[in-house]
Design a protein around this ligand. Structure first.
Ligand SMILES: Cc1cc2nc3c(=O)[nH]c(=O)nc-3n(C[C@H](O)[C@H](O)[C@H](O)COP(=O)(O)O)c2cc1C
Length: 237
């Protein structure tokens, strides 16, 4: 930061760079997906699909952590992540099945915030995604009692050996070149966040950012929801 004063009028909130459309679209999802796809394609950060998901801890405080978004479904408008159902977030979601999730793509000066109820993905959906994961990730899902204490790193590594043995994975099996089938642990699967509220944010000069939020009503219907129409509002930064 320089203490030197500029010579001419220094205040210019000139309106250049990216903005949300003047006429906000009916749904936020096309812009959200365009932003996600660009971040994913250009991969200026290795985990362009990371999002911070906040849940409600039983002590009443929010609890936030990063997870990876594995699917964005434009219709009806939901996002999916995978985790251990028995970890802290899983148990918090059993009690209060709502989240706030946010994506931040710093380089593009873009943020997306999503709030809404969550529902576990179907067994078939979780199985299909689990089967697509790398061997280590599939094994890791069996090894970790997520969020539970463990006395040492060595003890964790012993669990690795124990799980490999239980699944019959010795060195010979690993070196054989045969496809290694590992079933999905019952405690591991996905959550689908049904978007009830979505905010799109674009950085602007002088912190005069551009923000808009879309809201809609969700009504529980069986295992899912019915969705009201989106209504949009531009917000001050
Ligand atoms: C870049 C990044 C991606 C992550 N992706 C996931 C994920 O997809 N699923 C997951 O359960 N944890 C993921 N984690 C770990 C979580 O942040 C967290 O440590 C873990 O889920 C335990 O959270 P909990 O104790 O609140 O349940 C990720 C962490 C980072 C930094």
């Amino acid at each position: 930061m320089s203490s030197k004063q500029p010579e001419s009028n220094p205040v210019h909130f000139y309106d250049e760079g990216e903005r949300l459309p003047d006429q906000l679209p009916d749904s936020p999802f096309p812009i959200f997906i365009e932003w996600f796809d660009q971040a994913w394609a250009e991969r200026l950060t290795p985990n362009a699909n990371s999002m911070t998901v906040s849940t409600l801890h039983s002590d009443g405080m929010p609890d936030a952590r990063v997870v990876l978004c594995k699917l964005i479904d434009p219709q009806p408008g939901s996002v999916v992540f995978y985790t251990n159902y028995n970890g802290d977030k899983g148990r918090q979601l059993d009690a209060v099945p709502f989240v706030s999730a946010s994506f931040h793509w710093d380089f593009y000066e873009r943020q997306v915030r999503i709030r809404g109820p969550v529902v576990k993905t179907t067994e078939a959906e979780s199985d299909a995604y689990f089967a697509s994961r790398g061997l280590e990730s599939r094994l890791g899902s069996w090894i970790s009692d997520q969020s539970r204490p463990i006395e040492s790193r060595d003890a964790l590594m012993e669990k690795v050996a124990g799980v490999m043995e239980k699944l019959g994975l010795d060195a010979a099996a690993l070196m054989s070149g045969d496809e290694i089938v590992i079933p999905r642990p019952p405690h591991w699967g996905g959550y689908r966040i049904h978007a009830q509220s979505v905010e799109l944010w674009v950085g602007g000069v002088g912190r005069i950012h551009d923000r808009a939020r879309w809201d809609r009503e969700l009504t529980k219907a069986g295992d899912g929801f019915t969705y009201g129409a989106w209504s949009s509002t531009r917000l001050q930064p």
